[in-house]
Write a new protein. Structure first.
Lengths: 179, 181
């Protein structure tokens, strides 16, 4: 009998083991966004403090779009990072106040500080659906033309900032400068 | 031996009630109507057909936040929003395909319990068939080998054949009562 066939079970085992080992470290909660490289969905909404905003109100340079809510505990964990970024004017941050109540949102901002250029009030969560949001916190990197480049699900702490966002933003700025 | 049976009886006495409770729980859980898990929304419909479509869609669409619950079964905020959107789109007269496309554009394949058939999902759809075929192939191989279907008659030259015959004749003489073939 063909001798090499005897190694087939071992080979099959090794392949399966590698696939499953990798599977252990995949985060099945982090779904890929459908909006990567697509323009921000159109919106015509009010901010938490009552200003009318639409797509033209967005920054004309790369910015972060952070989905938050006063009920959202992980948002408190990432909040200091956004405060630091806004104090050092590193990158503009636009907020989406997702499925929250206006009064609670305003209290939250007063208590914890407001790093946002403005926060879109999305009480019924309709804009969130257009963005493909499935729960706060989520943070999107958007370029100067309003095209979504990256989505991060869950807390954006200093480590994520340093390892993911800083390089991505540097690359995006370099790309835009070259054009 | 008798000690064992006595032990067995004690065990039976102790665990029979526990087992009975488990059996009862199992039966109850099977009999419980699955619909009791569905979220109750106060949506209004104009026709029973619209309501039927709403039920079907919210059972077929998966809640993106809570994983492995349908929109109809999820308490998650995003599921509530998406049920409301499904209702709105049905009332606006959109077809099931249009509603599914709306969901797909925002949440991707994950939203479907039955993902669409495309190159990325081929393995998902046909992987089980592939593994079945591999298994069947191996099984048939083992079976053929056991039956000796593929076995070729051994070709030997005449000189070896005479030696074999001689040895066999010798063994036949010497080994009376030998059960070897």
């Amino acid at each position: 009998m063909n001798r090499s066939l005897a190694f087939l079970p071992v080979a099959a085992f090794l392949v399966l083991a590698v696939v499953m080992w990798r599977g252990l470290y995949l985060d099945s909660k982090e779904l890929p966004s459908m909006l990567i490289d697509k323009p921000m969905p159109a919106f015509d909404k009010l901010t938490v403090d009552g200003q009318a905003v639409d797509n033209d109100s967005l920054p004309t340079e790369p910015f972060l779009l952070n989905v938050w809510g006063s009920y959202c505990l992980p948002c408190l964990i990432e909040h200091p990072t956004f405060m630091r970024l806004s104090e050092s004017a590193e990158i503009p941050i636009v907020g989406v106040n997702y499925r929250d109540q206006k009064a609670l949102a305003l209290d939250w901002l007063e208590e914890n500080g407001n790093p946002y250029a403005f926060s879109i009030l999305d009480e019924p969560g309709r804009f969130g659906i257009d963005l493909g949001v499935y729960g706060a916190p989520e943070t999107y990197l958007v370029d100067s033309k309003g095209v979504i480049r990256y989505r991060h699900v869950s807390v954006l702490d200093e480590t994520v900032w340093r390892e993911v966002f800083e390089p991505a933003i540097a690359e995006l700025r370099a790309q835009e400068a070259a054009q | 031996m008798s000690n064992d049976t006595a032990n067995g009886r004690v065990w039976e006495k102790r665990f029979k009630p526990v087992l009975t409770v488990f059996m009862l729980l199992a039966i109850v859980s099977v009999l419980m109507p699955a619909t009791s898990l569905a979220q109750v929304d106060t949506f209004e419909f104009e026709t029973p057909e619209q309501q039927q479509r709403f039920r079907a869609l919210s059972d077929e669409l998966r809640c993106p936040m809570c994983q492995n619950t349908s929109l109809s079964g999820s308490t998650g905020g995003v599921a509530e929003d998406l049920r409301r959107e499904v209702h709105r789109m049905i009332m606006e007269g959109m077809s099931d395909e249009q509603i599914e496309q709306f969901m797909y554009e925002r949440y991707g394949d994950f939203i479907f319990y039955k993902p669409r058939l495309k190159p990325e999902t081929l393995l998902l759809w046909f992987g089980p068939l592939l593994f079945f075929l591999i298994g069947a192939f191996v099984l048939v191989g083992i079976w053929r080998k056991a039956k000796g279907i593929d076995a070729q008659p051994v070709q030997v030259d005449t000189e070896t054949q005479t030696r074999i015959d001689a040895l066999l004749a010798e063994q036949g003489k010497a080994g009376a009562g030998n059960t070897h073939r």
